[in-house]
Design a protein around this ligand. Structure first.
Ligand SMILES: [Zn+2]
Length: 227
């Protein structure tokens, strides 16, 4: 991309200044790497899953994965830049259909990165636990990988939201859930997947790893108990 000149004029017109353009370029590289990494771990097979990273807060610019792209072959040039309404301002292609959900989480949580996976375990457990409205992750050492958690004696309640193809309705449901559970590090969409976030991309990645690990542990444990 061409790097616009920095200065007040670019801020007023909404274009990125040089430093912000660098942030966007770095974000595209890191999101593409993350896509290939998570694909290799089976967390977003096919064209599933999507990622975003905040490039600038005011006015908001988000680097986000495009719709319908195989994450195992994701390259930086495919990453799009969208504004606070989810409209593409840089790049070609359609942004993820779930862009509104990313925007809701960025707005309500002040997150700098939002990651969404479709793993086997998050799909299974979000379906199996739907009637309870969530899943408790409790007593595990790995909980300490979640931001602000210092001990295994932590109870993480991952709320489960009914899935929908109506993204505006789903974004509203996410907003209500985040207001109800201000301390949660993530949420599940029923039979669909996990959303988590972080104060930077590294923290969001760590949260995916921790939550996917714990969901698999809980899922395997239940399977053993039931046998
Ligand atoms: Zn999804």
């Amino acid at each position: 991309m061409t790097a616009p000149a920095s200065g007040p004029a670019t801020a007023a017109s909404g274009k990125l200044n040089t430093a912000e353009a660098t942030v966007f370029a770095e974000s595209t590289t890191r999101l593409a790497e993350l896509g290939r990494n998570f694909y290799g771990r089976g967390w977003l097979l096919g064209t599933s899953g999507n990622f975003s990273a905040v490039v600038r807060r005011e006015p908001l610019r988000l680097a986000i994965t495009p719709s319908g792209v195989d994450k195992g072959m994701l390259v930086p040039s495919q990453i799009l830049q969208v504004d606070e309404n989810g409209s593409v301002v840089d790049g070609s292609g359609k942004p993820s259909v779930e862009t509104a959900l990313h925007l809701a989480i960025v707005r309500l949580r002040g997150a700098a990165a939002v990651l969404h996976t479709h793993s086997v375990w998050n799909t299974l457990l979000s379906e199996a636990q739907a009637a309870k409205g969530g899943i408790a992750l409790e007593g595990y050492e790995m909980l300490k990988g979640l931001e602000g958690v210092r001990t295994h004696e932590h109870r993480e309640w991952l709320p489960i939201i009914e899935n929908s193809q109506d993204m505006a309705a789903l974004a509203r449901a996410i907003e209500e859930t985040l207001a109800r559970f201000p301390k949660t590090h993530g949420l599940l969409l029923r039979g669909h997947g996990l959303y988590t976030w972080g104060n930077d991309l590294a923290e969001a990645k760590r949260h995916v790893e921790i939550l996917e690990f714990l969901l698999e542990v809980v899922g395997r444990m239940r399977n053993r108990v039931q046998r």
